[in-house]
Write a protein that binds this ligand. Structure first.
Ligand code: HEM
Length: 374
């Protein structure tokens, strides 16, 4: 297929083939490769060169460097570590829902995105990394610019620069006096192992902040709207959240697959996929959304069914780059949906669902505003 950037790439859509290519050792995530399937419209060669000045982090690097970098941070995101965060995440969610209820107590519609969807994952990732939440307007704005296809590439470059400068400053402060948070712990561990590298940490922290809030925020909004629009499934979920919530979270992740084209690669050797040879050097996009709607993998894939077993979906990708924050995202979604639907029984959309404005032109799908009442 031809991309808005003018580049051409294979589009992989079958569930088994998407998993096959993402698990292959013969694909590269390096955005700097000539044929890498960049989607952005006609990148100016000068801007493309400028982007190359940035040292890519985890998501854009290949083994063995990727393996070392991922190993340095994986212990922060294990199932056990994430489970320990549950009480604090619950407190954050309760605080956000309190704020929602307070803002709408006169009966006027309140924006769920501003009160719950964005603040919850932003606060969680800020606490984890050791980033002051007070700076949320700054980093939410720069992230939104960075992932939007509507914005000029110069704006994206500027947003990336701004975030880089912000983290350079933050890392420098923590290097002087390491704090007990992810960035501080990585500084201490890096010094002990003799491999501390400030710029590498800047890139990693920046990636974690970007990936850690916008994605989950969009899933909170989309999942809430989908369930509000499906009263029967919502009633079942409210009656038995302990059984149904884990399944509902997986099904919503499958159904929306919000980061469906980040799983782009360049083949580094010829790969045979479904009887076709993708030649070394050719670009490919392993579409998570197509895979998660593949009827061979999921019967009636276009129906949202919170009782189905959607666990093997690829909404978090597959293979070595599979989402580092998936346990955290699952935890946040579970707590937000439980708390919101549990504490606000009369929650309803204040406008028809068809009139909501969706993020169609962005790397990550979502909704801009969700006015609700109760
Ligand atoms: C990677 C989706 C939440 C951090 C990925 C990938 C996908 C994805 C599809 C694979 C990219 C690739 O293969 O090239 C999502 C979705 C989320 C979510 C749908 C929420 C519902 C998070 C959170 C964090 C996070 C909360 C941080 C705490 C990362 C990182 C990577 C990644 C660091 C790169 C991992 C690597 O390259 O080794 N995510 N993500 N994500 N995600 Fe997430």
């Amino acid at each position: 297929m031809a991309l808005p950037s003018g580049r051409v790439a294979w589009l992989i859509t079958a569930h088994d083939q998407v998993r096959q290519v993402l698990a292959s050792p013969h694909v590269s995530s390096d955005r700097g490769r000539d044929n890498f399937p960049i989607r952005f419209k006609q990148p100016d060669p000068e801007i493309t060169e400028k982007f190359k000045e940035f040292r890519p982090s985890l998501i854009g690097v290949d083994p063995p460097f990727h393996t070392r970098l991922r190993r340095s941070v994986i212990t922060e995101f294990t199932v056990r570590r994430t489970r320990e965060l549950r009480p604090r995440v619950q407190e954050i969610v309760d605080g956000a829902v309190d704020d929602l209820l307070e803002s709408g107590k006169d009966g006027r519609p309140v924006d769920l995105v501003a009160k719950v969807s964005l603040p919850v994952p932003s606060m969680v990732i800020c606490e984890l990394l050791g980033v002051p939440y007070a700076d949320h307007d700054f980093f939410q704005d720069r992230t939104a610019t960075l992932i939007s296809f509507k914005r000029a590439p110069e704006d994206g470059l500027k947003a990336f620069h701004d975030l880089g400068d912000y983290f350079r400053d933050l890392v420098a402060r923590k290097e002087k006096a390491p704090t007990d948070d992810l960035i501080g712990r990585l500084i201490v561990a890096g010094r002990e192992n003799g491999d501390h590298d400030s710029e590498e940490l800047v890139g990693l922290a920046q990636l974690l902040l970007i990936a850690g809030h916008e994605t989950t925020a969009n899933m909170i909004s989309l999942g809430t709207v989908a369930l509000l629009e499906d009263p029967e499934q919502l009633r079942a979920l409210r009656e038995d959240p302990d059984t149904l919530m884990p399944k509902a979270v997986e099904e919503l992740l499958r159904f929306f697959t919000i980061a469906d084209t980040v799983t782009a690669r360049t083949a580094t050797a010829d790969i045979e996929v479904g009887g076709i040879t993708i030649r070394a050097g050719e670009g490919l996009i392993a579409s998570g959304l197509a895979a998660n709607r593949d009827p061979h993998a999921y019967p009636e894939p276009d129906s949202l069914d919170i009782t189905r077993n959607a666990r093997n979906h690829v909404a978090f990708g597959y293979g070595v780059h599979q989402c580092l924050g998936q346990n955290l995202a699952r935890l946040e979604l579970d707590i937000v949906y439980r708390t919101l639907f549990g504490r606000v029984p009369g929650l309803t959309l204040a406008v028809p669902a068809e009139s909501l404005s969706y993020k169609d032109e962005a790397l990550v799908y979502g909704i801009n505003e969700v006015p609700v009442t109760w």
